[in-house]
Design a protein around this ligand. Structure first.
Ligand SMILES: [Zn+2]
Ligand SMILES: [Zn+2]
Length: 651
């Protein structure tokens, strides 16, 4: 008989094979393809039109693993259409590599065996009422949002919901932003359930991937905690999905196969007809809109653990204070910080900029240090004594001949965390300090450092955004935001929302044990209304205003955006091609075509970049019309096109 087999490669359709075996939809098979043998899946439909004269080859063998479920196949087809990714590439996300599908001995799953122990954790009245509203026992598709401030005990609520599902013999998936997959979270899980969850992310070994993949397919593993790629595991009996920190923008995969894991999780839950829960302190704009429309149900947990209250906010205007040159910390802040240190509070100086200085230029010739591969400034890192491109990793030494005479005479413009750290050390010479950024915390001793911070052995921290992610520092009761700069919002429609999330997350780090805590914002911005809205304890005030701005301006989530990035090595050829492409698709595709414009980072990794944006009514017609049109356009050699549906970054 003839069977359609989808193969994990760049094609958007299955290939037709012949077979004497009894095969059904979803079966995993090995087939010859070109000169190699590949693992594929019997798909649910044949290639639409085949006018090729290929000799039809025979399926080599059927693999001994439970077949892929019909609903999962439907989900993968939909995923391919929505994100404009060839079906074969979507299958690749599920298959990982062609030898992942293998029979594994059952002892390998032993370590994940479920054995739910009784724990002494008792839910509060509020938590119980949230659990009731989640209503997971009604086993069908529904989206529920559990909203609660950091430290209010949301995890225990969804653990209970998950327990209910596992007890009914279903599987569960907890999605976390990559950074949240720490030992801290796993320990919390083990403490509650008494057994080990399977942990899935890009960093786990191949061997473990095989064991988990097969354990999931065989229903031997009941719970997976995973980063966005765990969404493609071949669950046999999935009963619930939980997306923790649903607002986190790292759920959006920007490079390679682009998709938004939260949105795709919702769609997978809908194809599986199971409940999904979104967990957050402050919902994303998209989620907030769906709550307001009544599409998603909502429960709220307001009380913080141990009745710890949220920190106070204070805005310090820098316009009236005289700051010494090359300094960024006002005398008012110094006085406040002294008081906190006397009370043995830990203090954090926050600045979301790695390195020492983001811009280095010469006093004589005014020439800046820019990356030769990307059109951006190099950041000076004093500790390693080099200039670094944060986009492509290019490195240079601080040593250049001047076009005027002799060597360049450098000045450093603006601070990064290293520079703030130097200033802090000058002001508080007797206190121990540490920089908390990806440059310092990826090292082997980071666990040791974390331990010291948790035990309040280091009174002053200087940190980037990394510190806002889920760490629990009990003594941290004072945060100084060195510069709340909201001015750069022009080119990023999500700039304001990103700031809202960042500062809420950040303030969630302070005052976790009930002592009074304060977050200070230094700013040059005269209009402090925006800061007040962003830092207000009630995020709805900001979210409502932001939603209104988006509606008035026809921005997502009211309209759909599809970004097209065209790249090439030759600037002139690229520009010509971009205009030609626009002319080709305009009027044919659903929606309005904006651009072409040079990307904000015009040159990246030696490639020039031009962007187009298609804006239209939210309908799959946008994607299908564009997919059909792109197929007919022949790009010149060396020109590459990337499509990003629902883009988040506009770099
Ligand atoms: Zn670069
Ligand atoms: Zn110079």
């Amino acid at each position: 008989m003839k069977v359609p087999i989808l193969i994990p490669n760049i094609f958007n359709h299955p290939f037709t094979y012949d077979s004497d075996l009894k095969l059904k939809e979803g079966d995993y098979v090995t087939v010859p393809f070109g000169k190699s043998k590949l693992t594929g899946v019997v798909w649910n439909e044949f290639e639409k039109k085949t006018n090729k004269n290929f000799a039809i080859k025979k399926v080599l063998r059927k693999l001994d693993v439970p077949s892929l479920k019909k609903n999962t196949i439907k989900f993968l087809n939909w995923f391919s259409e929505y994100n404009m990714i060839p079906k074969g590439m979507v299958l690749k996300l599920l298959l990982l590599s062609s030898n992942v599908v293998e029979k594994i001995s059952s002892e390998a799953y032993e370590q994940f065996k479920i054995n739910i122990k009784q724990n002494k954790i008792e839910l509060s009245k509020d938590q119980k009422s949230c659990l009731k509203k989640m209503n997971v026992s009604n086993h069908e598709f529904r989206v529920h949002v559990l909203q609660g401030t950091t430290g209010s005990g949301k995890t225990m609520v969804y653990f209970e919901a998950l327990k209910e599902i596992i007890n009914k013999d279903f599987q569960g998936l907890i999605l976390l932003p990559e950074i949240g997959l720490t030992g801290q979270f796993q320990n919390k899980f083990i403490e509650f359930f008494g057994f080990k969850p399977a942990v899935w992310h890009s960093g786990i070994t191949k061997k473990n991937k095989k064991i988990i993949w097969s354990g999931i397919a065989n229903d031997k593993i009941k719970v997976v905690i995973g980063a966005r790629s765990s969404l493609f595991l071949p669950f046999k009996k999935l009963g619930i999905i939980i997306v923790d920190e649903e607002h986190d923008q790292s759920y959006k995969q920007d490079e390679g196969v682009t998709y938004h894991a939260r949105d795709m999780a919702i769609s997978r839950a809908s194809f599986e007809n199971i409940p999904i829960n979104l967990i957050t302190a402050v919902p994303s704009i998209e989620t907030y809109q769906n709550i307001k429309k009544g599409k998603y149900s909502l429960s709220k947990l307001n009380q913080r653990y141990l009745n710890a209250s949220l920190p106070n906010f204070k805005i310090i205007k820098l316009n009236n204070t005289k700051l010494e040159s090359q300094s960024w910390i006002s005398s008012e802040i110094i006085e406040k910080v002294k008081l906190h240190l006397e009370k043995k509070d830990q203090v954090l100086f926050f600045l979301n900029r790695r390195g020492f200085s983001p811009h280095v230029l010469c006093k004589k010739c005014f020439s800046s240090y820019t990356c030769p591969n990307c059109s951006i400034n190099l950041v000076y890192h004093k500790k390693t004594q080099n200039l670094l491109c944060h986009y492509c990793g290019y490195k240079a030494l601080l040593n250049r001949d001047c076009s005027i005479e002799g060597k360049c005479d450098f000045i450093f413009s603006g601070p990064g965390v290293e520079r703030i750290s130097e200033e802090v050390k000058k002001i508080f010479p007797s206190e121990e300090t540490i920089i908390f950024s990806s440059d310092t915390m990826n090292k082997k001793n980071s666990l040791e450092i974390l331990e010291k911070i948790i035990n309040n052995k280091i009174p002053i921290l200087i940190g980037t955004q990394l510190i806002s992610k889920g760490f629990h520092f009990p003594s941290l009761n004072c945060i100084v935001v060195v510069d709340i700069d909201l001015s750069s919002q022009g080119h990023d429609l999500r700039g304001a929302e990103k700031n809202l999330q960042l500062y809420h997350q950040l303030s969630g780090r302070a005052g976790r044990t009930g002592k009074p805590a304060t977050v200070y914002f230094q700013t040059y911005n005269l209009d402090t209304q925006m800061i007040s809205d962003i830092t207000n304890k009630d995020p709805d005030i900001f979210l409502n205003k932001e939603l209104e701005i988006r509606r008035e301006n026809n921005l997502p989530p009211f309209q759909r955006f599809i970004a097209i990035i065209i790249t090439g090595r030759n600037e002139i050829d690229l520009e010509r091609e971009a205009y030609k492409f626009k002319g080709f698709i305009e009027g044919v595709v659903e929606g309005k075509v904006l651009g072409p414009v040079n990307a904000p980072i015009f040159r990246l990794k030696k490639m020039f970049r031009i962007r187009l944006l298609i804006r239209g009514r939210k309908s799959m017609k946008m994607q299908t019309s564009l997919t059909n049109t792109i197929q007919k356009f022949k790009f010149s050699t060396g020109i590459k096109l990337t499509v990003d549906v629902d883009p988040i970054n506009f770099n």
